[in-house]
Design a binder for this molecule. Structure first.
Ligand code: CP
Ligand code: NVA
Length: 303
């Protein structure tokens, strides 16, 4: 049987996500009680970072340590990747030694290439196109606070970027309504399902929403577009006017790092209905459940 990877949200089934959400919360409760079950004992994760990271790196490393395993950090600048060793060779070499490979890179094609050549699960730790680990965590955070996200209305306000694309995948899989408000020229490029609408006006997108989400206007790799992006996105700041149009108990999420005064006003990110710290912390618990799931699937396949 084929190795299961996690390259986009669409690699999972709805029931699999539901089971993982429950497991992540169980592991979170246990950790708070001082219990760290050895679910990743003797397992090793290789983490390839071609872009910067705080949350993804720390959550994966801590997940492996908590579970009794270990993680190896590889940056392109100080591994042979930086000297041109191709992903297809790196994937085969790492598969001889480790149990899971996580990759943060530019193009989705590169993660797909790792998955094609690896014989162990490959996890997408962010590409220009998708950020599935973060969106899985956002669903976990909504689930923890409000329950099942199915039927809820989510407003994505800002760039039609990697996070937005993974939200589009998640809306289709998990059955929530997604409204996307992006400036012209910055709309998402992935196909939209039935429950996803593109709306020009951020105020209409926010109207009655249960959850409002945004992200940086300038993603990693887009630094040269900073000036024109900041101009185009100015009317898309999530501020108290936008949040005032959402449901009275609407939640706010942001994958972080955030830029106060740009994509989000300071009083919104620091508002009691903002879940950003819980959302960041939940990366740890969600990734534990994901690693456990992928390793179990893979050992089932190799029997
Ligand atoms: N949200 C997120 O992926 O953060 P990092 O870039 O710090 O990993
Ligand atoms: N869209 C952002 C997410 C950072 C976690 C980026 O790609 O830089």
């Amino acid at each position: 049987m084929k190795t299961r990877h996690f390259l986009t949200i669409a690699d999972l089934g709805r029931d699999e996500v539901a089971t993982m959400l429950e497991r992540a919360l169980e592991l979170k409760t246990l950790k708070r009680q001082g219990v760290r079950p050895p679910i990743l004992r003797h397992k090793t994760l290789a983490m390839i970072f071609e872009k910067s990271s705080t949350r993804t790196r720390v959550s994966f490393e801590t997940a492996m340590a908590d579970g009794g395993g270990s993680a190896i950090f590889l940056s392109s600048s100080d591994s042979q990747l930086g000297r041109g060793e191709p992903p297809e060779d790196t994937a085969r070499v790492l598969s001889e030694m480790v149990d899971v490979i996580m990759v943060r890179t530019y193009e989705q094609d590169v993660v797909d290439c790792y998955a094609e050549y690896a014989t162990v699960p490959v996890i997408n730790g962010l590409t220009n196109q998708y950020h599935p680990c973060q969106v899985l965590t956002d669903i976990l955070t909504f689930f923890e606070v409000r329950g099942d996200i199915r039927g809820a209305t989510v407003a994505w306000i800002g760039d039609g970027n990697n996070m937005c694309n993974s939200y589009i995948n998640a809306a289709e899989l998990m059955g929530f309504n997604l409204r996307v408000a992006s400036p012209i020229g910055y709309e998402p490029t992935v196909p939209l399902g039935r429950n996803i609408t593109l709306i020009d006006d951020p105020r209409s997108a926010a109207d009655g929403a249960d959850l409002v989400v945004t992200d940086s206007w300038v993603s990693m790799g887009q630094e040269s577009e900073k000036i024109q992006r900041e101009k185009a996105f100015l009317p898309y700041q999530v501020d108290s006017k936008i949040m005032g149009l959402a449901a009275s108990d609407a939640l706010f999420m942001h994958c972080l790092p955030a830029h106060r005064g740009q994509e989000v006003a300071a009083d919104i990110i620091d508002h009691p209905n903002s879940l950003v710290w819980q959302e960041a912390g939940n990366r740890l618990h969600m990734q534990k459940a994901l690693l456990e799931f992928l390793i179990a699937q893979n050992s089932k396949n190799s029997v």
